[in-house]
Design a binder for this molecule. Structure first.
Ligand code: ADP
Length: 178
């Protein structure tokens, strides 16, 4: 099973792990809520590790819309930036595929604007927002691959999946890319 592929100058890899423990990534992506506050899942892990300064920096940037991304500092996290994306709530924010793709596209565009070379993503919307894992993985991998030719600085994208099963699904999508 391959875990890494180079698509048009961008290495895409899928690993099992914790999004808040990726010290070699310039930016990590938060599966945020509209108010950019802490919560459960990814947002909880990121805000816990970053400390209260992150919520304070987020406050004037909120609320954000589904598909939107905003960038902040990383505070006590080992990264340079956190990019906060609001994924679609499955079955409520439509078209959910397009809004989910917007998250990945907009996050990568912000990273590239800041001249960052590496970005770590969680599986946005697949937790409490209820997006089924396999279609979410197809959108995530496909959107990063299609964005690759437009990126000047980002050369490394890592998907950090919470379970070994989720990593397997993302890895299969990466293998099946044309
Ligand atoms: P959303 O609200 O966008 O659905 P969640 O944080 O509820 O976001 O979950 C998104 C995905 O991230 C889920 O697949 C969940 O299992 C996974 N996840 C939860 N905590 C972490 C973590 N610390 N690191 C990586 N992935 C995580």
């Amino acid at each position: 099973m391959i875990k890494k592929r180079n698509i048009q100058g961008v290495t895409i890899e899928c690993v099992q792990g914790d999004i808040a423990n990726q010290p070699d990534m310039d930016a990590i992506v938060n599966a945020a809520n509209a108010r950019l506050t802490t919560g459960g899942g990814v947002a909880g892990a990121i805000h816990r590790a970053a400390g209260p300064g992150l919520e304070a920096e987020c406050r004037p940037l909120a609320p954000i819309r589904p598909g939107q991304a905003v960038i902040t500092g990383a505070h006590n996290l080992p990264n340079r930036h956190v990019i906060h994306c609001l994924g679609p709530v499955y079955g409520r924010d439509n078209p959910s595929d397009r809004l989910l793709a917007d998250c990945y596209r907009n996050a990568l565009a912000l990273a590239d604007e800041k001249e960052l070379s590496s970005v770590g993503f969680p599986a946005i919307s697949t937790g409490v927002f209820g997006f089924p894992l396999e279609p979410a993985a197809r959108v995530a991998i496909g959107t990063v691959a299609r964005s690759a030719p437009k990126l000047s600085f980002v050369t490394h994208v890592r998907f950090i999946l919470f379970s070994e099963n989720d990593r397997g699904v993302f890895t299969r999508m990466l293998e099946e890319l044309e």
